[in-house]
Design a protein around this ligand. Structure first.
Ligand code: FAD
Length: 315
């Protein structure tokens, strides 16, 4: 029962980055427990997914070819079958809308403790999970009784697993109950063409932009850099950009190569969503703005002076 089972996640034909991040978290746990790391690909293009999930450190990939899109019942049954048929005692699931849909059901069905939204953990005889509370204002630890559990891991907290592994790939047949729900199609929300969590470069705008009309300036910079536009919550609350552009605790977790924060103070709820970015650049008039504490490069200056200069440089 020392093996760890990571459940991957895909959407509309593509594996999500958090799948590879969960593999890294799963590998850490498997090493600490002296077990193997197993990864499940459930539904959709399982053969293609299985190939992509065969990253360094993965010992086995289980391909469950049931259904195209996410289905709560299929995921619950598939995880249950893999817990019964393998030596996996612990399940690692992305802390996403999908993950949170079936993780509690798996925990309940198999009488396992569930800890959600882990941002870190230590395993030394038992598991101690680090989570955030009170709107990301404090970090807390949770000790888990027993050595079998279900853990959901927050995106952007672990580096994605890389390299090509030499895992065995096994097709698994799973019987699952008739689903009460099925995906009949997708409807884009306004501006839903963009997934900021998958962007390599983000130009992110905050309240310092002052007026909706001024967004043109940061859009121009994003165009010049080939970047995607994202925002802090006040911009979304004002209705200036759609919700799917919001970075942060109540928005999306992003991990781009470059994150340029323009007129964003760096509140904990915002930082929770972007601190995993490789390189952070901040432009802010206030030298004491908390965003500078996590920025790799900072410009203390007025965005209305600095951004036009950057556009001239890169356009
Ligand atoms: P402000 O904090 O007002 O900062 C504006 C910054 O612009 C300031 O630092 C100022 O110095 C600078 N500035 C002003 N003029 C200029 C200029 N001309 N040039 C350069 N700089 C200038 N926030 C999020 O972003 N995402 C979330 O998901 C989120 N979730 C939340 C969840 C909860 C439960 C709560 C309570 C809050 C949440 N918030 C979230 C809100 C968060 O607490 C902050 O209020 C918000 O992040 C502030 O956004 P901001 O940095 O754009 O604005």
């Amino acid at each position: 029962m020392s093996d760890v089972l990571v459940v991957s996640e895909h959407r509309r034909g593509e594996l999500r980055d958090v799948s590879y991040e969960a593999i890294t978290a799963g590998r850490e746990l498997a090493d600490a427990r002296g077990g193997d790391l197993r990864v499940a690909a459930i539904g959709g293009d399982v053969d293609g997914f299985a190939e992509d999930l065969n990253r360094e450190g993965v010992d086995a990939v289980h391909a469950v070819a049931n259904g195209e899109e996410f289905d709560h019942n299929v995921y619950q049954s598939a995880v249950g079958a893999l817990l019964e048929r393998t030596d996996a005692g612990t399940v690692v699931i992305p802390n996403s809308v999908n993950g949170l849909d079936y993780a509690p059901a798996v925990a309940e069905e198999h009488d396992l403790p569930l800890v959600t939204d882990a941002i870190g953990f230590e395993y030394d005889d038992g598991l101690t999970v680090t989570r955030e509370m009170y709107g990301s204002k404090v970090e807390t630890t949770v000790d888990v009784d027993g050595d079998r559990f279900v853990l959901t891991v927050r995106g952007g907290e672990w580096a994605p697993a890389e390299g090509v592994g030499d895992a065995t790939v096994e097709s698994v047949e799973v019987d699952h109950p008739e689903s009460g729900a099925r995906v009949t199609g997708f409807e884009e929300v306004a501006g839903g063409d963009v997934d900021i969590s998958e962007a390599d470069v983000l130009v992110s705008v905050g309240r310092g932009i002052e007026e909706e009309e001024n967004l043109e300036l940061v859009e121009e910079l994003a165009d010049a850099l080939g970047a995607t536009l994202s925002a802090s919550r006040p911009i979304v609350d004002n209705g200036w950009l759609p919700k799917n552009r919001q970075v942060g605790q109540s928005g999306k977790v992003v991990t781009p190569d470059v994150y340029i924060a323009i007129g964003i103070s760096g509140a904990v709820q915002h930082v929770a969503g972007m601190k995993g970015s490789d390189t952070i650049v901040a432009i802010n008039t206030d030298p004491n703005a908390p965003i500078f504490d996590i920025a790799d490069y900072g410009v203390v200056g007025d965005l209305f002076d600095v951004v036009p200069e950057l556009i001239d440089e890169f356009a």
